[in-house]
Design a protein around this ligand. Sequence first.
Ligand code: SF4
Length: 363
Amino acid sequence: MVCKEHVAFRMTLSGKTVSVHDTSGLDQVRKRLKLDPGIIRQVRAALLRSFLGEAKALQSVPFDVRHGFAAAVRLHELTPVERRDSRTDGATKLVYRTSDGHRIESVILRIQSGRSSLCVSSQTGCPGGCRFCATGRIKGGRNLTSAEVLDQVVQAGGILAAEGRRLRNVVLMGMGEPLLNEDAVYSALAALQGKDGFNLSGRHLLVSTLGIPDAIRRLTAQFPQVGLAISLHSARQTVRDDLMPLARRWPLGELRQAILEANTCQDREVMIEILMLAGVTDTEADQTALVGWLTGLRVHVNLIPYNSVGDIVFKDAPLRGSPNVRIQAMQEALKAAAFKVTRRRSLGSDIGAACGQLGGNEN
Ligand code: SF4
């Protein structure tokens, strides 16, 4: 939801009044400039579906009103400030500034030839405060607007289109906790799936959350096709409480009940993410607790290697990633209990773009 003050603030910065993602505002501009509705559809299709960029999108507007249209409509919300390309795995980190000076990041993941994913941010920091995450250390953040979430897709889509690649998947796994910004995130999800928006399949969208039960119910009821990932990390309450301070508000029993309900309204498995931390989430006690907690749920477990975000002391010991043998042991324990389990291949760690590393240059 964009508050009036925020809009007014951005108007003074940009001198433009309506985002291309604001369909009702766009319609007012259209009427004022006496434009055919088909022109607006062409501009949005060029920008949001073909990712042709600003100049080509504006070519659909008749020349005599093009200047007036360009002065009234913002095609972008974010200013690109930096691009870092991985030398090892094809990931690209894109850094932007918002109009009020926050720095946010998105990551392009070129997984296979022609199939690409984009990890987008939903907040400029995160109140989650997870011990293993750089974003959780950023103070004074705010929710992104839906237009700011969507502009990350527009700008990355343009980069991929110029390479002859197609953006296939959009995952809300970047900076921030998406379910603390429900209005903007739901509006963005609707636009991403909309036939007059980005026209992406809900099956290629995914929202990752630390696990807020009531918000999970709202998300899955409204967007049953959109994937849900839960950053569980530990099925032991005390360990989880220490690792993820904000998650203490929603005990594991309540979270499990919400996943059970999500299973009834979605025809896809819920992804359970486990960050593999040596001696913290990878012990035999963790295996037992996790298998017990997951039993009865339709899930796919994703084991995530830890990407260092500096020297972190957790319970009087440095936080370290699990050795391969412990990851293997967790994988075997889950497989033996008949769960689908995969290991995440972490991309972009050489450019500070892997899981947990976003926003790490802020401070
Ligand atoms: S892991 Fe997610 S919820 Fe936790 S601090 Fe980082 S962005 Fe926030």
